[in-house]
Design a protein around this ligand. Structure first.
Ligand SMILES: [Zn+2]
Length: 135
């Protein structure tokens, strides 16, 4: 189970809507299973409408900032502007971070749909429950 304050989830959804039809991406940081902060990272993929690649420099400075704050990397988030919140073949490349949680925000439906996964191996994914805390 991953806990995320409603305020932060709203922030991620607003980010996704702002950049659509491009995908957005970023890091989630917190403690244990609780997300405390959200860090948008520019998507530098050439075909940013169907995949994402985090800007490597911003990614590094973000990781440093999270560490300096004494927080842990909870995982990543990214958006699917036109498709369901299911991991794509490309997303499974995130298996490089087996401990991380991967949140996907889909804008394919009128109400955004959010799902959360952990990727153990490229073809084994576990869907996690996501709880939104009122703020
Ligand atoms: Zn994706």
């Amino acid at each position: 189970m991953i806990l995320i304050p409603k305020e932060l989830l709203d922030e991620i959804i607003a980010h996704a809507r702002r950049e659509a039809p491009s995908e957005v991406c970023g890091w989630l940081a917190g403690e244990g299973n609780e997300v405390r902060r959200v860090y948008p990272v520019p998507n530098v993929a050439e075909d940013s409408e169907v995949r994402f690649r985090m800007d490597p420099e911003v990614q590094l400075s973000t990781m440093r900032e999270i560490r300096d704050l004494g927080l842990k990397l909870t995982g990543t988030y990214h958006s699917h502007p036109r498709t369901s919140p299911v991991l794509s073949a490309w997303d499974r490349g995130l298996a490089a971070y087996p401990e991380a949680v991967h949140l996907i925000i889909s804008l394919a439906t009128r109400e955004p749909e959010v799902r959360c996964y952990r990727i153990k191996e490229p073809f084994i994914t576990v869907e996690l429950a996501l709880a939104c805390q009122p703020t």
